[in-house]
Design a protein around this ligand. Structure first.
Ligand code: ZN
Length: 156
């Protein structure tokens, strides 16, 4: 059996073959690129965030089956959640991949637990999440700037 068949259940293979929310998002409020140089995985993550809620999400990019499955399942997991919840989910996912027992809240994402034993593939699984964290930080910074602009306007 190959690596994927050994480690992954059908659900993961299905996500890798037919990723959910794959493509661009015309009305994205933030777009973030991620790269895992050790495997050659690339991701472009699109988010539409409004009032602190992830209203829409999609991704593009070329990568191995693990990175594709991870990105696909991440989009399903974070769609409709708050930015704060998504950040917490990312922390839990990374902790599991680093070998800690998976948090119950991870749900289907627990399928990735086996990756913790494959050190070379850890970055494949975490790339979408690391990219998500950068995107959410960027979105926050954009809002901070807006707030500053308003402040400056009030003083003028
Ligand atoms: Zn990879």
């Amino acid at each position: 059996m190959g690596l994927l068949e050994t480690l992954y259940q059908d659900a993961l293979l299905e996500h890798a073959k037919r990723p959910r929310h794959h493509g661009t998002l015309a009305d994205a409020t933030v777009v973030e690129d991620g790269l895992n140089a050790s495997c050659g995985d690339e991701i472009k993550l699109y988010l539409r965030v409004a009032d602190g809620v992830i209203e829409a999400v999609s991704f593009e990019g070329e990568g191995c089956a693990i990175s594709r499955a991870s990105a696909s399942m991440m989009t399903e997991a974070i769609l409709g959640t708050s930015v704060a919840e998504a950040g917490l989910m990312s922390e839990r996912f990374k902790a599991m991949i680093q070998g800690q027992p998976p948090a119950a809240e991870l749900g289907e994402l627990k399928l990735f637990q086996g990756v913790s034993k494959l050190h070379a593939r850890v970055k494949c699984a975490t790339l979408p999440w690391v990219t998500l964290e950068l995107a959410m930080t960027r979105d926050e910074e954009a809002h901070d700037e807006e707030a500053h602009d308003e402040e400056a306007h009030d003083k003028a």
